[in-house]
Ligand binder design. Sequence first.
Ligand SMILES: [Fe+2]
Length: 124
Amino acid sequence: MKSFGDLIYSREKVSGEAVSKVESHAPKIVAPDKVRANEVFEVRISVGPHPNTVEHSIRWIDVYLYEEGRKFNPIHVARITMEPGFVEPEIVLRMKLSRNGCLYVLAYCNQHGVWEVRKEIRVE
Ligand SMILES: [Fe+2]
C-alpha cells in the first residue's frame, strides 16, 4: 500500500485522468518571494474555478510551513473547512516569518482527492 504522501496530487506528480484536473484543483498561492523578518505579509490562497455543490466541492485547505533550520518540520499554520455552497475556497492569511521557509498548501476535493502546491519564501 502507498504512503499517504504518494496519494497527494501536485503539478509535478500527476498522470492520466488527473492531468485535466490540475488547473481546477491545485491551489494557487500569491505571496511575496522575499519578506522582512517578523514583519506581517499577506498570503492569498485560492482553488479553482471549481464546482461548489454538496455533491462536489473543495472541503478544506490546510497550510503547513517548512522552516529552515528547525529540527522537526512541518509546522501546521492554518486550516479552514468549508460548507459546500456557502463559501468559496479562497483565504487570506496574515503571516510573519523569522527564517527562510516553504509554504505547503493542501486542498481537498471530495471527488478528486488532495492537491499540493508549495512556495518558498526568503527572509531578509
Ligand atoms: Fe473536484
